[in-house]
Design a protein around this ligand. Structure first.
Ligand code: SF4
Ligand code: FES
Length: 215
């Protein structure tokens, strides 16, 4: 997994930006355009905003490319009370919560509150999304079917650690409580265990149907 972290600092806050995790969703720019300035170099100017506003913009970043350290004594980022996985239309799985990603052997490769996981199979930064879905012309609905909802766990999600194991060539297995929803439909399902497609070939997206084994 590649990381290249740049740091931007004011007297109130330090902002860390990971170049390899930024897929230009631009949530930060929409939230605080005076600080996150796409067309300037450097592009982040923490001295132009308050720590509270910058925190809000960093936490809006769904990929975890942005993190911060407060120097003004304000609180650190809270872990969300429940884990959520948003299946984005034609794009990655946005995971929020108490997230631990491991490799196939169970070794931790990342812990975070926000990550974007590749589901098109084309990323060069596995298991994270690197925006290759655009180049690949990946299309997939950001929605769950009625069957997905019916086959879900039924119990409400209750938080706690969500362990996602990236098994090459697939799938991403889940252990822990999570709510899964599409970005284009109100349907959601709750899971305690499961396997999500990360090769882009499943006919039962966002879940794995074994298609990765077909080569
Ligand atoms: S919100 Fe995150 S992924 Fe989007 S542009 Fe900002 S840093 Fe990059
Ligand atoms: S879903 Fe973004 S690179 Fe695969």
């Amino acid at each position: 997994m590649r990381t290249r972290i740049y740091t931007f600092e004011s007297d109130q806050i330090v902002v860390h930006w990971d170049y390899h995790r930024c897929i230009h969703v631009e949530a930060c720019i929409r939230e605080l355009p005076s600080v996150f300035c796409r067309d300037e170099r450097p592009w982040i100017h923490p001295e132009r905003g308050t720590a509270d506003d910058i925190v809000r913009a960093c936490e809006a970043c769904p990929t975890g490319a942005l993190h911060y350290e407060r120097k003004d004594g304000g609180p650190a980022e809270m872990t969300p009370e429940k884990n959520t996985i948003t299946v984005s239309s034609d794009g990655p799985l946005f995971v929020k919560g108490d997230v631990r990603i491991t490799d196939a052997a169970g070794e931790t490769i990342l812990t975070d509150t926000r990550v974007a996981l590749c589901r098109c199979g084309r990323t060069r930064n596995k298991p994270l999304c690197d925006e290759s879905h655009l180049e690949a012309g990946f299309t997939a609905e950001g929605a769950l079917t009625e069957a997905h909802v019916k086959n879900g766990d039924g119990r409400e999600s209750e938080g706690g650690e969500l362990v996602i194991r990236a098994i090459e060539p697939g799938p991403l297995t889940i252990k822990g409580s999570a709510e899964i929803a599409g970005d284009r439909s109100p349907n959601c399902c709750h899971v305690r265990v499961g396997a999500l497609c990360c090769c882009g070939k499943s006919k039962n997206k966002p879940f794995c149907d074994g298609s990765h084994a077909e080569g």
